[in-house]
Structures are given as structure tokens and as C-alpha cells.
Design a protein around this ligand. Structure first.
Ligand code: LLP
Length: 422
């Protein structure tokens, strides 16, 4: 039973969760996760273009979540050999995995070729290195070329990835010639074009612009006798972190409404598949981060100091990102006081939430930070000698631990002291 004044998440009383598992604690609602991926599948399942959803593992690499997504039929966009390994363990089939990255090592290329996954090639230099690896291994690789489409979404510049000056992809004017070059390599098959224009995109017109640019390339290639199997338009759909953004937060239906008029005729006639790589819009809303109040201080501002900082959720510091915070053990009390919620890290920038109206907060209260499922745990660190926190999965009142809390031994595990210093 959830107490009335306590926040309920996945039909579980989060105050009890915090007592049982300790804080800080990431809590994910399995039903929300399934609902989010199903929304994509429903929307794009109803179109004439065959669509695969490749979840962007960088947003959340928890194996239990990946298993849920694999059960729902998702594929994966991976950015490293480590993420590739996670998706294999989750049971995602190799045909549904795209190995991305702008800086792949020989080992990365070997891992991708050996696994038989699709590879998104980010440069001419990489294409040549990959050709050498496929010849050395005597294996074939199916590739996409990562296109830099030169479009500018209205987002924080740190998360715009398709700008002309961005480090990702092959410059747009060079795409046709790199695709022609692929023909020289006997073990490489060009099967797709790929782009990803940015993240947390709320104004969707840029998706239409990118899709048009990609289709323009597809048609030019078609005219030259180069036929593809898929076009991958990446991820990027934004979510409503603040009340204001919630009013305009797009859905997969909204994305389809922008994409389909551009894609449907040409893709159907060429029998091309569409791949999308959502990360945030699949996992962002599924998770809260619970954090205990260590201290309340009236100084220049009213500070609420909690036990989770940018070591566990770096988004507010790195992108000035907004996350809603609530007092989870007294959620019905009216907001009365202006607080700034800060973490325990030894840096002035370690601020989770600036100037928020909350009920009067006391030491020992429990704070819930909302929408922390994307780029939360996956960007965490052990900075300041803080072991990472635990993660639990809740499902209709059931709770499972899906990652154990780290201990001080985990901080020491890989460290070595030279003999002469002992
Ligand atoms: N595909 C590629 C090639 C990507 O680089 C990304 C994200 C995605 C898909 C998924 O994008 P999403 O649907 O999640 O927007 N750490 C930042 C976001 C960085 C995104 C990096 N690439 C944040 O916390 O806002």
C-alpha cells in the first residue's frame, strides 16, 4: 500500500523503496518503458514503410532494460564494443544492430565485423580501414554511410550533431563519391544511409529537412544504379522535462506526421526500410532518481543538499537541463519556499535544480528527481570517491534490484600500487 502523502511510482511507495535499498537510487518503471517503445511500434507499424526501432543504448545501458526492449522487438544503436556486448547479452539479433561511432579503433572494427552487425561508417579513412579488416578476416560487412546533413535543430549546441561543423559524419557534398568508392571493396556492401541530427528536439520541422536531404541522396544514388536497403534517421525526439515543455512535447505520431509525407512514396517505391534510433524518448520518462536530503541551509539562497550530485546526474550541469524535483515523502504539502537543490560533489557547479518552489524541506526528507532515465546513470562517474548507486526495476508493485550499489572496493578494483611504493 502506498501512503497517501508518499510518491507512488510503478505502484510502489518510493519512501519504502528508499528505506529498503538506500539512496541515491535509480527507479525504473517497466510498464512505462514498454509503453514508450510500443508507441513507436504502433505509429510506424501503421505506415507503408517497414520500420525498425534501434534503441540508442548510450541513453541507458542497463541490461534488464535492454532485455525488456529486446522482448518488445527493439534493435540497437551501439557506439562501442562495450555497448555491442550488452546488446548481445540482451538477446538483440545482429541484423538489428548498427555499430556507430566517429572514432572507431581497429579493435572496434574487428568486433563489429566478427559480430556481423551493420556498421555506420563515419569517414573515408574509416571506410578504408574497414575494408582492410574485412579482407584480413575474410568476412563481409554491411555498411551505412553516416551523412552530415548540415541541418540546425533548435537545441543546446552540445547536443546538435548534424551541423556542418559537427564532428559526425561525411560532409554532405562528398556522399555520392564515398558511396561510389565502396564498390572497390569486395567485402563491403553499401546497404544504407544514416544520419542523426541532435537530441531533445521539440520543434520537428528539422526532421523533415533532414529526411528530404537524405532522400535527395537516395535518389541520386538510385540514378547511378546504387540501390540501398534502408535509411536511418537517428534519434532525437525531445521529451517534456518542464511543465512548459510538456505542453509541446512531441510524440512518435507527431514525428511520423513530419517524416511520412517526405519519405513514404519514394521509400515504398524503392522498397527501402526506415530505421529510427530513439534513446531519450524511450527511457527518459521511465525513471526517477531518489535522493536523501543531508542538509538544509539558509545562506545567500536556501540550499537543499542531497546525496546525489553530478556524479549521478550530470545533465543539469552539462546542458543546463531542467529536471522536475519533488519532495517524495510529503508530496501533498503546498509549495511554500524557494530552494536550490545541490549535490554532494566538491564543485560549485554541482546544482541539480535551481530556484524551485517546494514544501518546507527538512534533513532526512526524500527528493525525487524526475525523467532521469536517459543519460542519467549511463553518464555517471565515481568522481569524489563516490561509488555509483543502485538501480531497481518496478512493475505493478513488484520490485527487482537490477544493479547493485557499488562499494569502496569498486573504486579500488583496477588500481595498482607499484612495488617500490609499498
Ligand atoms: N543515434 C545516434 C547516432 C546518437 O548519437 C544519439 C544520441 C541517438 C541516436 C539517440 O538520441 P536521442 O533519441 O536520445 O535524442 N547526453 C545528452 C544527449 C546526447 C545524445 C548523443 N547522441 C543529454 O543528456 O541530453
Amino acid at each position: 500500500m502506498v501512503k497517501e502523502e508518499h510518491l507512488s511510482f510503478g505502484s510502489v511507495d518510493v519512501v519504502e523503496l528508499a528505506e529498503r535499498y538506500g539512496t541515491p537510487l535509480y527507479v525504473t518503471d517497466e510498464n512505462k518503458l514498454r509503453a514508450n517503445i510500443r508507441a513507436y511500434k504502433k505509429t510506424f507499424g501503421n505506415t507503408s514503410i517497414g520500420t525498425d526501432i534501434f534503441f540508442a543504448v548510450k541513453a541507458n545501458g542497463n541490461l534488464a532494460l535492454l532485455k525488456v526492449l529486446a522482448q518488445e522487438g527493439a534493435g540497437a544503436d551501439v557506439f562501442s564494443a562495450g555497448e555491442l556486448q550488452l546488446t548481445k547479452l540482451a538477446g538483440i539479433p545482429r541484423e538489428k544492430i548498427l555499430f556507430n561511432g566517429n572514432s572507431k579503433s581497429e579493435d572496434d572494427l574487428r568486433a563489429a565485423v566478427e559480430s556481423g552487425v551493420k556498421i555506420s561508417v563515419d569517414s573515408r579513412d574509416e571506410l578504408r580501414a574497414l575494408a582492410a579488416v574485412t579482407d584480413e578476416r575474410g568476412k563481409e560487412a554491411a555498411i551505412a554511410i553516416r551523412v552530415n546533413p548540415d541541418v540546425s535543430p533548435d537545441v543546446n549546441p552540445k547536443i546538435a550533431t548534424g551541423l556542418k561543423e559537427s564532428k559526425f559524419g561525411v560532409p554532405y557534398p562528398e556522399i555520392i563519391s564515398i558511396c561510389e568508392e565502396v564498390k572497390q571493396y569486395r567485402n563491403i556492401a553499401l546497404t544504407g544511409l544514416h544520419c542523426h541530427i541532435g537530441s531533445q528536439i521539440l520543434k520537428l520541422d528539422v526532421f523533415g529537412e533532414a529526411a528530404e536531404k537524405m532522400m535527395n541522396l537516395v535518389m541520386q544514388l538510385h540514378d547511378r544504379g546504387i540501390e540501398l536497403e534502408f535509411v536511418d534517421l537517428g534519434g532525437g525526439l525531445g521529451i517534456g522535462y518542464s511543465d512548459e515543455d510538456k505542453k509541446i512535447a512531441p510524440t512518435p505520431d507527431d514525428l511520423a506526421a513530419v517524416l511520412l509525407p517526405v519519405l513514404e512514396d519514394r521509400m515504398s517505391s524503392l522498397n527501402l526500410k526506415l530505421i529510427l534510433e530513439p534513446g531519450r524518448s524511450i527511457v527518459g520518462s521511465t525513471t526517477i532518481l531518489l535522493s536523501r536530503v543531508n542538509t538544509v541551509k539558509q545562506a545567500h539562497k536556501n540550499f537543499v543538499a542531497v546525496d546525489a550530485g553530478f556524479n549521478l546526474l550530470i545533465r543539469p550541469v552539462m546542458y543546463d537541463a531542467y529536471h522536475e524535483v519533488v519532495v517524495a515523502n510529503r508530496q501533498n504539502e503546498p509549495a511554500s519556499t524557494l530552494y536550490t537543490v545541490v549535490g554532494p560533489v566538491c564543485e560549485s557547479g554541482d546544482i541539480i535544480a535551481k530556484d524551485r518552489m517546494l514544501p518546507e524541506v527538512k534533513r532526512g526528507d526524500l527528493i525525487a528527481i524526475h525523467d532521469a532515465g536517459a543519460y542519467g546513470f549511463s553518464m555517471s562517474s565515481q568522481y569524489n570517491g563516490r561509488p555509483r548507486c543502485a538501480e531497481v526495476l518496478v512493475n505493478d508493485g513488484e520490485v527487482d534490484l537490477i544493479r547493485a550499489r557499488e562499494s569502496v572496493e569498486d573504486l579500488l578494483r583496477a588500481q595498482k600500487v607499484p612495488e617500490r611504493l609499498t
